[in-house]
Design a protein around this ligand. Structure first.
Ligand code: NAI
Length: 726
């Protein structure tokens, strides 16, 4: 290979190294001994890479805060530094280390959507590999993606005991493109490489050591340990790429493939990753690395990769809204959950898991006992599934107390109400909370549809009241809508967002408007699907089309699972507010009137009598649908998959445009976060807004008009402009 300009002989200065006598234990996991460097004279290779000397070992430090992303400047600097090491006859080896809190924790994803500038990462890694001097990667924090590929290109890897490593590329719609698919299997075997690359999971240092990904761990001075390790290599190269792949039975590899395919829903990055990893035993390293790079280059500009990067950036922005930048959240040390039903228990579990002391309160002592029992069952299941240890569960349960009386809640910092969805009931609870809560406490409601402002108005502190809308099951679902009501103060909002992050949720800021973001868009989507029933489609056709698109479940299967009666009750409650001329589909009401509430009653849109989990299409339902079409004068026609998908997606995009214009969501990407993380929209498709943005605004406007015509009275075509802002 041809390197760019050769550097002049580096003057690295003199560094004295002192290693205590016990340093012969350095390479075992344990203390590194004290190592002091004096007279360090650093040399820079561009703004983000520096080098200093420790005896005959060069220490190359990457300094690109906050995560030392492998940017163009980093790659340039590294390439030059590697050359300097190669050229310097006094240097016998080198250490690569990250400044600050981490090694290279990933690549600069912004680059991936554009032509990549040289030098690209494989060139840097190849320079490390062909250099006659051994390189040791010293990993603390995280070595992820390109960062870990660089480490795999080194002759050895040492790490701090709390470090993590991993190749998360597949979760971003690509595959590792700088040798990860070829070097990893040489250390861990094909089946393990398939598992690690296809899930993208982070591997902790102890596991990485066990697997052979890391050669030594140090619990104290990583740099000193790495320098000593590099010295111990005595100038000997040990490139991973020259090792052979450990042998395994074909059946083991096949099983790993099957598992990865299934878990990855046969998505292209998963299938390609498997194919390319397999090349490690089929062709020469050079051929395999060339193929890997080609696949990486192709996938990084695929729609899926753009969609997943869109999520990556959207998540970062959503959790830190600009309006709350300067606002200090309250310190939350205790939580009370009011209502021990489905949601209350789930929220309590989420808060207990995050380490909060939780009081669960219900007015009904039997309901409270049932709630506590469900909570206990949940934790028993966690132990059985190996999710939590007995000690962890005991610690969670020790943090739980139960109450039927508000008086004990005087010192609670955050209240989350999850009682019946009824304004009067909720207002009564908030009056009581207002009496007992200390002046700094934050009061939240988990309401799905009620106006948070109406709940807040019964208190003397509406500035401390907000919505925290969890999704069922609350201990699992990542989404959390943080609702700003009319008088909610910024501190309360910032506290809600910070609390969501502590629970490892994805908090998204929304304004107090009917259905917030998620339920409002979902309602528009479901309504459109119901229109299609009247016009000629059947539930199973619609569900299949949307599942083929990538939804976890179609809307009618979802309705049956969560129970049709809940929406029915709400329709009845809101009947008076409905526009009497708007198109209204009566099919779900008819099903409910027949007692078909979904799975729990053995029948809904589907028949569950044979299999309570998987319903089958029911001729009785088909007959109801046909007769409704006839009653309303629709001539039924066949819908193909594409038409169903198109209408469902357009309905979502249209509603998104409406609510963005009203200011319900902060930014268009938030809508996608909500739909993907709370409603089963396939993440690799980006979300309804991402999809809409693939079109020209004028075309979208025409399609919205067309959808309005098909949807008839009551449907408002949106101006798509709001989808394209920010
Ligand atoms: P649920 O009916 O399972 O539980 C409600 C609990 O609140 C019952 O245990 C009841 O005894 C208790 N309760 C009622 N009045 C009370 C009072 N005055 N003081 C103390 N406790 C009282 O209801 P679920 O499904 O847990 O819903 C609770 C709230 O969460 C509702 O506002 C609902 O809209 C919302 N929500 C529900 C979701 C779901 O999927 N179930 C999803 C997101 C929000």
């Amino acid at each position: 290979m041809i390197y760019p300009k050769l550097l002049p002989q580096a003057n690295l200065g003199e560094i004295k190294l002192r290693i205590r006598p016990e340093s012969d234990s350095l390479f075992r996991s344990g203390k590194t001994g004290s190592m002091t460097m004096t007279a360090s004279e650093a040399r820079s290779f561009g703004p983000q890479v520096r080098m200093e000397r420790a005896g005959s070992i060069a220490v190359i430090a990457i300094d690109n805060p906050p995560i030392n992303a492998g940017s163009l400047e980093v790659r340039r600097g590294l390439l030059d530094a590697v050359q300097a090491v190669t050229e310097n006859t006094e240097v016998t080896g080198a250490v690569l280390i990250g400044e600050g809190t981490t090694f290279i924790a990933g690549s600069d994803l912004r680059e991936f959507g554009q032509p990549l500038e040289d030098p690209q990462l494989p060139t840097v890694i190849q320079a490390v590999e062909v250099s006659p001097k051994p390189f040791v990667a010293a990993i603390h924090g995280a070595a992820l993606g390109g960062g870990f590929e660089l480490a795999l290109g080194c002759d050895a890897r040492v790490a701090a005991e709390d470090a993590v490593v991993g190749l998360p590329e597949v979760t971003l719609g690509i595959i590792p493109g700088a040798g990860g698919t070829q070097r990893l299997p040489r250390l861990v075997g094909l089946s393990k490489a398939i598992e690690l690359i296809c899930t993208g999971r982070r591997v902790s240092a102890p596991e990485a050591s066990m697997l052979g990904l890391i050669d030594a761990t140090f619990d104290m001075d990583l740099k000193a340990g790495a320098i000593a390790y590099a010295s111990s290599l005595a100038g000997q190269k040990k490139p991973v790429i020259q090792r052979s792949v450990p042998r395994e039975p074909e059946a083991t590899i096949k099983a790993a493939e099957e598992k990865a395919r299934k878990a990855g829903r046969e998505r292209p990055p998963v299938l390609e990753a498997i194919r390319v990893i397999r090349l490690a035993t089929e062709v020469t390293p050079l051929e395999a690395l060339t193929t890997e790079r080609e696949v990486f280059q192709r996938l990084r500009v695929s729609e899926e990769a753009f969609a997943l990067r869109h999520h990556f950036f959207a998540e970062r922005q959503a959790t830190k809204p600009a309006s709350l930048k300067e606002v200090e959240p309250h310190n939350i040390e205790s939580v009370a959950v009011i209502g021990s039903g489905t949601m209350g228990v789930g929220i309590a579990v989420a808060a207990l898991n995050a380490g909060f002391p939780v009081t669960l309160l219900d007015m009904d002592s039997q309901a409270l006992e049932r709630g506590r029992e469900r909570l206990r069952e949940h934790y028993e299941g966690s132990i059985a599934r190996g999710k939590l240890s007995q000690e962890e569960v005991s610690a969670c349960l020790n943090r739980l107390s139960i109450a039927t009386d508000y008086e004990v809640l005087g010192t609670t910092d955050l209240f989350i109400e999850a009682v019946f969805e009824d304004l009067e009931v909720k207002q009564k609870v908030f009056r009581a909370l207002d009496q007992v809560a200390h002046p700094n406490a934050i009061l939240a409601t988990n309401t799905s549809y009620l106006e948070v402002s109406r709940i807040a108005e019964v208190t003397r502190r509406p500035e401390s009241v907000l919505g925290l809308h969890f999704f069922s099951p609350a201990q699992i679902m990542r989404l959390l809508e943080v609702v700003q009501a009319q008088h909610t103060g910024l501190e309360a909002l910032a506290t809600g967002m910070a609390f969501g992050r502590k629970l490892k949720k994805l908090p998204v800021l929304v304004q107090d408007s009917f259905g917030f973001i998620g339920n409002r868009i979902y309602a528009a989507y479901r309504a459109q699907c119901e229109y299609m029933l009247e016009e000629g489609a059947f539930p199973e056709e619609i569900d299949q089309a949307l599942e083929a698109y990538g939804f976890a479940m179609g809307p009618f299967a979802v309705g049956d699972m969560s129970g049709l009666d809940i929406a029915w009750q709400m329709r009845k409650q809101r009947a008076a507010q409905r526009d009497p001329d708007a198109r209204y589909v009566s099919i779900p009401d008819i099903l409910c009137e027949m007692g078909r509430f979904g799975r729990k009653s053995g029948a809904g849109y589907y028949d569950y009598r044979e299999d309570p989990k998987k319903g089958k299409p029911d001729p009785e339902v088909a007959e109801i649908i046909r007769s409704e079409s006839e009653r309303k004068g629709y001539t039924r026609h066949n819908f193909n998959e594409e038409e169903i998908q198109r209408r469902a997606l357009l309905a979502m995009a249209n509603e998104a445009a409406l609510l963005l214009a009203e200011g319900v969501a902060d930014r268009p990407a938030d809508v996608d976060l909500v739909l993907v993380n709370g409603y089963g929209f396939p993440k690799w498709k980006g979300g309804p807004v991402f999809q809409a943005r693939q079109k020209e605004p004028e075309d979208l406007a025409r399609e919205f008009e067309e959808l309005a015509r098909l949807s008839e009275h009551g449907f408002r075509a949106a101006d798509p402009a709001s989808l394209f802002e920010r």
